[in-house]
Design a protein around this ligand. Structure first.
Ligand code: DGL
Length: 269
């Protein structure tokens, strides 16, 4: 059995780490489309085509269920994939619905009408493509009323993280938080709407200030995956655990090892 975890690059490792801790008995096949990262500056059509190709690869590796551990793919491609592309015996799930459910104090799958929630001013940090899709705002509007969202497209952060340039990534995070605060001086919550950003969570929190509740996805996705697999034990697939990349395996392995602080060996997808 195996469940697929997909990201354009290394950011999905933040999700992988959490799901492995929550579900130690489940093998995961992680696929990083490193050759085409970052996705956040691409068109929706491009993101759709690239995401379908990677998910197909994970289906071929024996995964019946694939988690898009990438907000950009979830925002720009998931709905179209679910409506017109995913075969009926497979499932593809995204990462931001669990986060919005947590922020709007809802249980998994609670589809009751939108209502007032505790948070009123939310700062959203995400890639340019995710911000342009307005998918967060749409999902939020299904569940909550009276929430003011200010989005900041964080250009350059994913590239800096993928290149291992932490100093640049930190400087960019500080400047994106400054830019956000000029538009919304006192957010009460912030969403890290890109799975790369938890690798910079301390920098976001420090720049935002201690009073801002920072929501990131990894643990929330792990909980909802555990719940999903309980309800759908037949979706555990047939593959074996692996780390696959469309990029240069030794380079991607070194970066992944740095991030997860344990040896990770990627092979060519
Ligand atoms: N980790 C991806 C996300 O969550 C990064 C997207 C990119 O490649 O720009 O959006």
């Amino acid at each position: 059995m195996a469940v697929g975890i997909f990201d354009s690059g290394l950011g999905g490792l933040t999700v992988l780490d959490a799901v492995q801790k929550r579900l130690p008995e489940v093998p995961f096949v992680y696929l990083a489309d490193s050759a085409h990262a970052p996705y956040g500056v691409r068109t929706s059509e491009d993101i759709f085509q690239l995401t379908c190709a990677s998910v197909e690869r994970l289906f071929n590796a024996g995964c019946d269920l694939v988690i898009l551990a990438c907000n950009t793919a979830s925002a720009a491609a998931l709905r179209r994939m679910q409506e017109a592309w995913v075969p009926s015996d497979k499932r593809v799930l995204g990462v931001f619905v669990p986060l919005i459910e947590a922020m709007t104090e809802r249980q998994w799958g609670d589809n009751s009408p939108p209502r007032e929630v505790a948070v009123k001013h939310v700062a959203l940090f995400a890639t340019p493509a995710t911000v342009a899709s307005r998918a967060f705002q749409r999902e939020l509007a299904f569940r909550a009323i009276g929430v003011d969202v200010e989005a900041q497209a964080c250009g350059g952060v994913v590239d800096a993280i993928e290149d291992g340039d932490n100093m640049l990534a930190e400087a960019l995070v500080r400047s994106h938080v400054d830019a956000l605060k000029r538009k919304m001086p006192a957010p009460d919550a912030a969403i890290l709407g890109c799975t790369h950003y938890p690798l910079m969570q301390d920098i976001f929190q420090k720049a935002l200030g201690g009073g801002v509740k920072v929501f990131s996805q990894a643990n929330l996705v792990a909980e909802s995956l555990a719940d999903y697999l309980d309800r759908h034990p037949d979706m555990r697939g047939t593959g074996e655990a692996a780390f696959l990349t469309t990029g240069e395996p030794s380079r991607v392995s070194d970066r992944a090892t740095q991030f997860l602080r344990r040896r990770i060996e990627f092979t060519a997808a």
